[in-house]
Design a protein around this ligand. Structure first.
Ligand SMILES: [Zn+2]
Length: 485
C-alpha cells in the first residue's frame, strides 16, 4: 500500500503565529482530506530519510502559508482598463464570469489560496455560484468567502443616470449594484436575504460618495466648456463620503449577522463613519482614506478597544491623487505604531488579480514590519473571514489546518520583490504550481487506455490519471497609477 500522506521538506519557513522565520521543518500532508497532519523539526538541512516518491522538496525556498486577500472583487478587472460603471452596466454576465475564472487562476498562481470577496458589483449572487464551482473542483481558484450583494441605503450605491423618466422597464434599465435596505428592520431583512443567497460575510456601506447627482459627472466627449457637458464651477468637495446608515441601523446589521454566525465588513471612506461601524461591532472596516473630521486618534482607539480589523486597501489607494495616497500611507504607519490590527486586502480587481501582493509591499513601504505584513496577509485574513466561524483553519501551519502552502524563490528579508516570485502553490493538499509552472489548470477527459493484447475494439476500464497540463493564463501587467516612491 502506498503511504496515504506525503511530506513537504522546507529549510526556511515563516510561521505567522510566532511571527518569525524557522528552519528545517517538514510538513506532513494528507491529500485526501487536504489537511496538514503533522509538523516535525529536522536536526539540520538534509537530515531526512524518505523513500516516498510523492514527497516535495522545497528546501532553498521561503515557505509561507497560502496568502489571504481580505478585500477582493473577483468579477472586477482593472479600472484603468474599464471603469467600474462600464463593467457593471455594459459587460455581459458571460464575459464577467469568464473574466472571473481567469482572475481566480491568476490569484491562485500568485499564491493566494483564500479570497474574502466583498461584492459582485451588480452581478447579484454570482460570487456564491463561482465559489461553489471552485469548491466542487470544476475550476481552479482561491477558497472564496463571498458577500454576494453589499447592503446600502436608498439612493446611494447604485448606477446613476441623469434621465430618470424612462421607468417601468421602457427606458434605460441598469442592474442593481447593492441590496437596498433602510431602517433597523429593513436592514435585518437584507442581512437575511444575503444569508439566504449563500453569503459567507455581510458587507455594508457605512458611508459613500452618494451626492453624485448634485453635481453630475462630466460627460465624456462633451466635457469641453462650450458643449454643456461639464459643470463649470463645482465646489471644492464635489462629492464627499457621507454616512448611509445611522448607528442604530449599523447595530442591527451586526446583530442580525451574528445570529447567522457571519462576519461583517463595513465600507467606510471616513474615520468618523468607521468609528460608528467599529462601535456597532463589525469585524472589519474597509478603506478609511480620509479624516475630514479630525478624529484619527479616536478611530485608532476605537478599533483597538473593539478588536476591529482595519483593511486599508492601499493598493487601490495608490490610484488616488499623490498627496492623498501619501496621507493614507502615513495613517497606516501611525496605526502600526499604535498596534491597530490590520489585514492585507487590496480591493483587488480595481487593479488586476494576480498582482495582489502589491498590497503587502505598500504596507511595508508605509512602515509595517515585514513579519507584521505577512501576518496581515495570512492569520489576520483568516480572522477577517470570521476565524473559527469560517469553518476552516488556514493562514498558519498547524495540525488540522488546510494544507495551503506556497514557496517563494527568494527570501523576503533580503529581496523586496520576493513576494512576486511565487514558484510553488498548494491549496487543500493539491499542487497548482510547481517550479514556477502552472499544473492541472484544465481538466481534460481521457480516452480509456487500450489493452495491448486486445484487438482494440473493446475498451478496458482503467482509472486513468488526468495528465498534468499547463495553460496560458492571461497574466496581468502591473501599471501603477503613479510612482510609489
Ligand atoms: Zn471593494
Amino acid at each position: 500500500m502506498p503511504p496515504k500522506t506525503f511530506q513537504i521538506h522546507t529549510s526556511l519557513l515563516f510561521d505567522p503565529k510566532q511571527k518569525s522565520f524557522v528552519e528545517n521543518i517538514s510538513i506532513e500532508v494528507n491529500p485526501s482530506t487536504g489537511e496538514i497532519v503533522n509538523l516535525t523539526t529536522r536536526d539540520d538541512d538534509d537530515s531526512f530519510i524518505t523513500n516516498n516518491p510523492k514527497d516535495i522538496d522545497l528546501r532553498g525556498k521561503t515557505v509561507l502559508p497560502g496568502l489571504v486577500d481580505s478585500h477582493t472583487h473577483i468579477f472586477i478587472h482593472a479600472y484603468e482598463e474599464r471603469s467600474g460603471t462600464q463593467q457593471m452596466r455594459d459587460q455581459s454576465a458571460v464575459e464577467r464570469t469568464i473574466r472571473a475564472s481567469n482572475h481566480a487562476r491568476a490569484a491562485l498562481l500568485a499564491g493566494y489560496t483564500t479570497y474574502r470577496d466583498l461584492g459582485t458589483e451588480a452581478l447579484g449572487n454570482a460570487d456564491a455560484n463561482l465559489r461553489d464551482c471552485i469548491n466542487r473542483g470544476l475550476t481552479p481558484g482561491p477558497r472564496l468567502f463571498v458577500a454576494t450583494d453589499a447592503l446600502a441605503s436608498s439612493g446611494s450605491y447604485e448606477l446613476r443616470v441623469e434621465n430618470k423618466l424612462g421607468g417601468n422597464g421602457l427606458g434605460l434599465s441598469v442592474p442593481r449594484a447593492s441590496d437596498v435596505a433602510d431602517g433597523v428592520w429593513g436592514v435585518r431583512a437584507a442581512v437575511r436575504r444575503r444569508v439566504g443567497d449563500g453569503a459567507d460575510v455581510i458587507k455594508f456601506y457605512a458611508d459613500y460618495r452618494r451626492k453624485t447627482m448634485r453635481f453630475p459627472p462630466d460627460i465624456p466627449g462633451g466635457a469641453s466648456e462650450g458643449g454643456g457637458g461639464k459643470i463649470l464651477f463645482p465646489p471644492k468637495r464635489r462629492n464627499p463620503a457621507v454616512p448611509l446608515y445611522s448607528e442604530d441601523e449599523m447595530k442591527s446589521i451586526v446583530e442580525e449577522a451574528r445570529l447567522a454566525e457571519l462576519p461583517v465588513a463595513a465600507h467606510a471612506g471616513e474615520t468618523r463613519t468607521a468609528i460608528w461601524a467599529s462601535e456597532a461591532g463589525v469585524t472589519s472596516v474597509e478603506h478609511v482614506f480620509e479624516d475630514t473630521h479630525g478624529v484619527e486618534d479616536e478611530f485608532f482607539d476605537k478599533l483597538k478597544e473593539k478588536g476591529t480589523i482595519w483593511v486599508p486597501t492601499m493598493a487601490t489607494a495608490e490610484m488616488l491623487p499623490a498627496e492623498m495616497f501619501d496621507e493614507c500611507k502615513k495613517r497606516v504607519g501611525r496605526a502600526c505604531e499604535k498596534g491597530v490590527k490590520i489585514a492585507a486586502g487590496g480591493d483587488t480587481g480595481t487593479f488586476n488579480h494576480g498582482l495582489n501582493v502589491r498590497e503587502i509591499e505598500i504596507l511595508i513601504d508605509s512602515g509595517m514590519k515585514l513579519e507584521d505584513a505577512l501576518e496581515a496577509a495570512t492569520v489576520v485574513g483568516w480572522e477577517a473571514c470570521g476565524g473559527e466561524l469560517s469553518g476552516f483553519k488556514f493562514g498558519w501551519f498547524d495540525k488540522g489546518n488546510r494544507a495551503d502552502i506556497i514557496a517563494l524563490e527568494t527570501d523576503p528579508r533580503d529581496d523586496k520583490k520576493a513576494l512576486r516570485k511565487v514558484s510553488f502553490v498548494m491549496k487543500d493538499g493539491k499542487v497548482w504550481k510547481q517550479n514556477g509552472v502552472p499544473v492541472d489548470m484544465i481538466t481534460v477527459p481521457q480516452w480509456p487506455v487500450e489493452d495491448a493484447s486486445d484487438s482494440g475494439e473493446e475498451w478496458t476500464e482503467l482509472d486513468v490519471a488526468v495528465p498534468k497540463m499547463s495553460m496560458s493564463v492571461p497574466l496581468p501587467v502591473y501599471r501603477p497609477g503613479r510612482s510609489s516612491s
